[in-house]
Design a protein. Structure first.
Length: 133
């Protein structure tokens, strides 16, 4: 089975809310809510990929020192296996904008379960609830 490496960030604002992005129409799992991020490129380190993806998707600048690994997801989809580290990020430069045409929402940790998520993202919620209580 093919292994797909993806990185994701739980961006946390000053009020302790977490940013969710809705997968746009036409993409696999469209309409589901997820933590921003994306696939790692060949030879790319996880932090480099996440910094690049957050810039492309949200228009923000993140420094590697501001990314703290929290946990990871390992999930078998029908045609590939996804491995996804989740980083916490509380500091960035610029304003979060939906550059991919995706809907964005700042969500309190206790409300994260109200948003339908891909199977790989949902198990990450308890880790955020524990961290942000």
């Amino acid at each position: 089975m093919r292994l797909v490496l993806v990185v994701a960030a739980a961006l946390i604002d000053a009020d302790g809310r977490v940013l969710l992005a809705q997968r746009p129409k036409g993409k696999p799992l469209e309409g589901l809510w997820e933590f921003p991020g994306g696939k790692m490129g060949a030879g790319e380190l996880p932090e480099e990929a996440l910094i690049r993806e957050l810039g492309e998707e949200l228009g923000i600048v993140v420094k590697a020192a501001c990314l703290a690994p929290l946990t990871f997801a390992s999930h078998a989809y029908d045609d590939f296996h996804l491995l996804m580290p989740l980083y916490i990020c509380r500091r960035w430069e610029g304003f979060v904008q939906p550059l991919d045409g995706q809907a964005l929402k700042w969500v309190r940790p206790k409300d994260l379960r109200r948003y339908p998520m891909p199977p790989a993202d949902a198990p990450l919620i308890p880790h955020l609830e524990d961290l942000l209580g």
